[in-house]
Design a binder for this molecule. Structure first.
Ligand SMILES: [Zn+2]
Length: 616
């Protein structure tokens, strides 16, 4: 007589129980040590071995040689239990007998001692189906049953069991049976049945069983009939309505060869299947590829494929059209091959960028220089060709940075340091600094280096280039300007420090703006036309500042000197390169910074001075 495999190979002892090692071990120990509870709850997936365990446990309790974890199978109790006709092992299906009357009957039965065995055992299956009243009726008996009564409750839905029941039972959670354990069990059964079967076919069956051994065995029964005793992957896939791995193999091969036509032909075939299952099978196929060390698909590519599959699965959840999702998946995967070459493109571009040979637009807008480049830089920009325009723009930014730290230092740097090139992380510049300026630059070298790294990137090397002997004597345009007339003796002021401030030659133009009302005042200090004598560091080099104050000591001399200075400064306004706006404070700011200036201007009744005039 034909018997379903699930019944024929139902485990009869704990050692035959598949995939629930910890549970069978605990129950065996309880039986062997005599530490038996009065109520057990077995929860877990259908077909994971709950009912089988309950029956084995019941048989073990009642075996003549027990309670033991290894029932003899010979005694009357064992034989009666195995054939399901033991008087003291009462199985009840709570799905069909869920009412309070059924439970009352059950409680009534607990009053009578066992007829043939040691214990009276009640196995209540699907216990979560009981009504609330039934649970309440059962509670008392479940908590304190007679000595000879044991309860074994089984459920697939433990979350629907009231806590009052849970707290009165020993709870065992049956887990999903791992796929490879199921496959191994199926192989054992096939060998016992003398049937051939491909491992791949058994894997498909196990996967479809979804962790349930009973489901897998039922499918195996079906597959044996369908394949007429020779289980292979294609037939099993056909029977299960799942994708033949062969098709997927062809699909990914075509993709690898870039044959779009073939890819879409297979895609049409795939549309005959359930889209979710196709995506799942693709994922499983790629997982196998992932483990294969000789796989033709690279890891980044596989990573992209998995992302594509994840996106597609999400699309499906949004009720997207199945065929559309599949087509999109295929197209995205085909595109993924192209993205691989894009990676190389990026690497190539990065190489070129770091070697400095490609001018690239800055990703962040650089602050544009507020004023036109001073002549020195403009000249060098015209004459130099190496290094690229972007690197040169960065140099202008560097100059701004140094100006921001100290105006004099910025001036020295801008005047004497000329950009030559920037290549291979090396900034090459030409220096023509000498005297005080050279010293100033030398002292601030670490700061300048910091600025260079800030602008050109960490690790940038500075390669100074000495100006050739001939070029050194030929002054730059800025240097060739006449020295400012702020000091009576032009020679005494270091030309390099003040040169750019007053590049235009003096014109005797008596344009007196701010200084005019100050002139007749008897107070020597206030008569100074460069009112910001205090603010000198902002406007001119420290070297020249004292000199500009010195000659004003005799009040008598002031007017002429003022006139002279104003005359010098007036034309400069028109012809000199505009001063850095950031370095020009307003009169109000100056007053704030130099309180004395505020007091004096108050005394003199000066409301406002055009500071830019004064500065010149
Ligand atoms: Zn026995």
């Amino acid at each position: 007589m034909f018997q379903a495999l699930a019944i024929k190979y139902r485990p009869k002892t704990f050692s035959e129980l598949i995939g629930q090692d910890s549970i069978s071990q605990t129950l065996s120990l309880a039986l062997d040590t005599g530490r038996l509870g009065h109520a057990y709850l077995f929860s877990g997936l259908r077909g994971s071995g709950k009912t089988s365990s309950a029956r084995i446990f019941a048989k073990s309790l009642n075996c003549d040689k027990g309670p033991t974890s290894t029932p003899c199978g010979e005694c009357e109790n064992c034989r009666a239990a195995a054939s399901g006709r033991h008087l003291d092992i009462i199985e009840m299906d709570a799905a069909s007998s869920r009412k309070i009357d059924d439970i009352r009957d059950l409680i009534e039965q607990t009053r009578y001692a066992p007829a043939m065995g040691r214990y009276k055992i009640f196995i209540i299956d699907e216990v979560h189906m009981l009504t609330k009243e039934s649970y309440n009726a059962l509670l008392k008996t479940l908590e304190e049953p007679p000595q000879y009564v044991k309860f074994i409750l089984a459920t697939t839905d433990v979350f629907n069991i009231p806590p009052t029941i849970l707290s009165r039972t020993q709870h065992f959670r049956f887990k999903k049976i791992p796929q490879k354990v199921v496959v191994a069990h199926l192989e054992t059964i096939l060998s016992k049945e003398n049937i051939e079967g491909e491992t791949q076919a058994l894997e498909m069956i196990a996967r479809s069983g979804n962790g349930s051994l009973r489901d897998a065995l039922t499918l195996l029964d079906q597959a044996i009939i369908y394949s007429k005793g020779h289980l292979n992957a294609t037939l099993v896939a056909q029977m299960l309505g799942i994708l033949d791995p062969e098709i997927l193999q062809r699909f990914f091969d075509a993709m690898l060869r870039g044959e779009r036509g073939e890819v879409f032909a297979i895609l049409e075939m795939l549309e005959g299947y359930e889209c979710e299952m196709v995506l799942e099978e693709m994922g499983l196929y790629l997982k196998d590829v992932l483990k294969d060390p000789n796989a033709p698909l690279s890891l980044p590519l596989l990573d992209r494929f998995f992302r594509v599959l994840t996106d597609s699965t999400q699309l499906l959840f949004l009720n997207a059209n199945n065929s559309f999702v599949l087509t999109l998946t295929a197209l995205k995967m085909l595109e993924a091959f192209k993205i691989a070459s894009l990676d190389e493109q990026i690497a190539k571009l990065e190489n070129e960028l770091f070697s400095g040979s490609v001018p690239v637009a800055p990703s962040v807008a650089l602050p544009a220089p507020a004023a036109p480049l001073p002549p020195a830089v403009a000249e060098s920009a015209a004459s130099d060709s190496a290094g690229g325009t972007f690197a040169r723009e960065l140099f202008a930014e560097l100059v701004q940075k140094i100006y921001a730290r100290s105006f004099e230092l910025g001036q020295c740097f801008e005047t004497h340091i000329t950009f030559v090139s920037f290549e291979n992380n090396e900034l090459c510049w030409r220096s023509s600094a000498s005297g005080a300026c050279k010293e100033r630059l030398r002292l601030a070298y670490s700061f300048i280096r910091m600025c260079v790294e800030d602008v050109y990137g960490v690790g940038t090397k500075i390669v100074p280039q000495k100006v050739p002997a001939g070029a050194e004597s030929a002054p730059k345009p800025a240097d060739s300007m006449p020295a400012p007339t702020m000091s009576p003796a032009p020679d005494s002021a270091p030309t390099d420090s003040v040169a750019p401030l007053a590049p235009a030659p003096a014109k005797p133009e008596p344009a007196l703006s701010a200084p005019a009302p100050a002139a007749p005042q008897p107070m020597p200090e206030t008569a100074m036309p460069p009112v910001p004598a205090d603010s000198a560091p902002l406007a001119q080099s420290a070297d020249s500042a004292p000199e500009s104050i010195a000659p004003t000591a005799p009040p008598a001399a002031a007017p002429t000197h003022d006139a002279q200075q104003s005359a010098d400064s007036a034309p400069a306004l028109d012809s000199a390169p505009a001063p850095k706006p950031s370095a020009t404070p307003t009169f109000e700011e100056l007053k704030e910074e130099f309180p004395l200036l505020g007091k004096v201007s108050e005394l003199l009744g000066i409301k406002h001075i055009d500071v830019s005039d004064v500065k010149q």
